[in-house]
Design a protein around this ligand. Structure first.
Ligand code: S3P
Length: 175
């Protein structure tokens, strides 16, 4: 049973691409943040606020490996931090049934995308200017790239790429 696992920074399009990919492959789609929000009966911002990030990271790891254990082939969109904590990336890579795809976007494209959608993201909601957001992303992405770059496939996504074009590139890597 294959698990196609999309990883990448916040704003890289894991959820929307994951949905399209799952549809194209006729597989069920799971968005990890949504799974956690349903389980915890709280959105991710509230969860961070009420229970803290460490609690969230524990639930995130649990929810991910519950999905990985499913007896069906599925597509999973992770959260931006998911592969960067504990031994998650190592554990994902050990299991031959997992296919991990990193959606790689430039810092400037991530900044543009996240600037307009930062309020619902607890790690960046407090950042006041676009320049500060760009600084934050530069440092954070540098730390996280160590994990992201271990993916089986690295897919560079440019501003001009349509969802269909990105989907075709993913398909060409998979088959
Ligand atoms: C996080 C990314 C978010 C969500 C949480 C933490 C992160 O998911 O899991 O806010 O650490 O990068 P998205 O990448 O879907 O925004």
């Amino acid at each position: 049973m294959k698990k196609i696992v999309l990883i990448g920074y916040m704003g890289s399009g894991k959820t929307s691409l994951g949905k399209s990919l799952a549809k194209a492959l006729s597989m069920p789609f799971y968005d990890l943040d949504d799974v956690i929000a349903v389980e915890q009966q709280m959105d991710i911002s509230m969860l961070f606020k009420n229970k803290g990030e460490i609690y969230f990271r524990k639930k995130e790891a649990q929810a991910l490996f519950e999905l990985i254990a499913k007896q069906e082939s599925i597509v999973i969109a992770t959260g931006g931090g998911t592969p960067c904590y504990g031994t998650i990336m190592e554990d994902l890579l050990k299991d031959q049934n997992n296919i991990i795809i990193y959606l790689k976007l430039s810092i400037s494209l991530l900044t543009d995308r996240l600037w307009v959608h930062k309020d619902q993201r607890p790690l960046i909601a407090h950042i006041k200017t676009k320049a500060l957001l760009e600084d934050f992303i530069r440092k954070h992405l540098f730390e996280r790239s160590y994990y992201y770059n271990k993916a089986h496939h690295i897919l560079t996504v440019n501003e001009a790429d349509s969802t269909d074009a990105v989907l075709r590139s993913i398909m060409s890597k998979l088959f």
